[in-house]
Design a protein around this ligand. Structure first.
Ligand SMILES: [Fe+2]
Length: 195
């Protein structure tokens, strides 16, 4: 490109115009100019009472899911017998999924500015699902997981209902996604048990 062509190019004109604009000039006034940025962050549109209801329901799911997650790891490590390879892999796949979902639930609670339950003592205290034994046969492991799904689905249904009552579509949709997968796990492990 020749020097003449360069000076006539649109890019050059834009750069020259920008260089002549003093900082702050020609920028529309916005809410940020009014000192809004110095005040407290803008909250989501829920009352304190509504946030309490939503996050309490989410923490209940989180506690149960976290104990269930550790049980899946326990069973992944300790399953024995002729089904070892199938179940070892299946439990790993499920605990990876649980780990992602647990993270989403905890971060959803943070979206509301609340603190997710975060340590094992809290999980065990708030969870209806109990820790699993490391000595179970594979069929009993599966029966226990089927029972965990039932409990998880109860707490998830409650969370969906509560979120719906507060018009909290984000929480509702997130939990509904988990429900579909857990129902599928329930079908598959039930089918496995019926062998
Ligand atoms: Fe492993």
């Amino acid at each position: 490109m020749s020097v003449e062509c360069f000076l006539n190019s649109d890019i050059t004109k834009t750069l020259l115009i920008m260089a002549n604009v003093k900082h702050g000039e020609n920028i529309p006034q916005t809410q940020l100019d009014t000192g809004m940025a110095k005040r407290k962050p803008v909250k989501l549109g829920w009352t304190t009472e509504e946030v309490d209801k939503i996050t309490h329901a989410l923490n209940s799911v989180l506690a149960n899911y976290s104990v269930h997650f550790q049980k899946l790891r326990n069973f992944h490590w300790n399953v024995k017998g002729s089904d070892f390879f199938d179940l070892h892999m299946e439990f790993e796949s499920q605990y990876k999924e649980a780990l992602e979902n647990i993270d989403e639930i905890a971060e959803r609670i943070r979206v509301f500015g609340e603190t997710p339950l975060s340590n094992m003592q809290e999980y065990l205290r708030h969870s209806e699902i109990k820790e699993g034994s490391s000595q179970l046969g594979s069929d009993l492991m599966i029966r226990e997981l089927l029972n965990d799904y039932r409990v998880l689905l109860q707490y998830m249904s409650a969370a969906i209902e509560i979120a719906g009552e507060q018009y909290d579509a984000g929480t509702e949709n997130m939990i509904k996604g988990f429900v579909r997968k857990i129902e599928k796990h329930h079908w598959m492990l039930s089918a496995f048990l019926a062998k």
